[in-house]
Write a protein that binds this ligand. Structure first.
Ligand code: NAP
Length: 279
């Protein structure tokens, strides 16, 4: 059996070329796709993530506006900044970098982002719409995973999909996206019993736990499609991928699988928002 490597790095790179071309076309029509990034405080990891997102915008010729706010910012001040960006016709996407300082009501601020500009897929309304099959941008990591599965023609309908993790940005939307594609979905979390037995039933397995190599090689079903969303400093994910070629029919490498698809999806969704603004 030949194993499929779900190569997110190559797909993201190829998509960047096509995005850059479409950005140029929009520019010719006088539209300049623009992502506004909001960074509150000086968390070094968050600073790096925002920088990576802005660098990707620059690579595809897309504009980005960096909003930087102090770590003393209040919920009201952040809401007012979001409103200003919502009202700005030249802004097509708004990214509020998580986490914000603890005095801020993060959920309220996420939900203040206009649905049409929620290119990071963080609003409750966007999640609800996506779940109901209505228009909305998906949360970028699971939406990127779905793009990867589609690109490699992975069959989803009727398969047993197991998502390990239920965070609002990853596990939950992932489960809904797989359900919308007619998988039979089980979501596992920290209180799940017999997790090993559930994972052993997975035709499609998504690791989104945040614990290095949490999912063991022995738990993976023969010929499963293995998607590892985790990334840890020891350069491994949430699934033990050693000798994975002996078990799985397809898998996402770490690094180079899911990771590159996340920012790529953010940029793609910003482009789509700008394209819609033309109509
Ligand atoms: P998170 O918010 O910490 O959520 C982790 C989830 O795992 C929670 O639902 C938690 O369950 C569950 N969990 C924790 N311990 C468990 C256990 N022992 N057994 C079963 N479930 C357990 O993490 P996240 O933001 O979703 O991220 C998950 C992973 O994806 C991390 O490795 C992160 O680095 C990675 N990630 C990657 C990208 C990317 O761009 N590639 C983006 C986002 C995240 P409870 O709900 O019960 O607590």
């Amino acid at each position: 059996m030949t194993i499929k490597i779900l190569d997110g790095k190559s797909l993201a790179l190829a998509t960047e070329e096509s995005i850059a071309q479409q950005v140029t076309e929009l520019n010719n029509d006088g539209i300049f796709p623009t992502l506004a990034t909001i960074l509150v405080g000086q968390d070094p990891a968050s600073e790096t993530y925002v920088k990576m997102k802005r660098n990707t915008c620059a690579r595809v010729g897309m504009k980005s506006i960096a909003v930087e706010m102090s770590d003393k910012t209040t919920t009201e001040e952040l809401l007012s900044k979001i409103k200003e960006l919502n009202d700005d016709k030249n802004v097509h996407g708004i990214l509020l970098q998580h986490p914000v300082p603890s005095q801020i009501d993060e959920r309220q601020c996420f939900d203040a982002i206009d649905l049409s500009k929620d290119v990071d897929g963080v609003t409750c309304l966007g999640f609800g719409n996506m779940s109901m099959g209505l228009p909305a941008f998906g949360s970028c990591t699971p939406a990127g995973i779905m793009r990867l599965l589609e690109h490699y023609q992975i069959e989803i309908q009727g398969k047993n999909a197991v998502v390990v993790g239920r965070s609002p940005i990853l596990g939950k939307p992932m489960a809904m996206m797989l359900l919308n594609k007619n998988a039979t979905v089980t979501i596992c979390h920290s209180r799940t019993q017999n997790i090993e037995d559930i994972i052993k039933q997975a035709d499609i397995l998504v690791g989104a736990v945040g614990i290095p190599r949490f999912i063991k090689h022995e738990w993976i079903k023969e010929s499963a499609v293995v998607v590892d969303a985790g990334y840890h400093p020891e350069k491994c994910g949430d699934i033990d991928l050693e000798n994975i070629e002996l078990k799985a029919s397809a898998y996402t490498p770490v690094p180079g699988g899911v990771g590159p698809m996340t920012i790529n999806t953010l940029i793609l969704q910003t482009l789509q928002s700008a394209q819609r603004s033309k109509i």
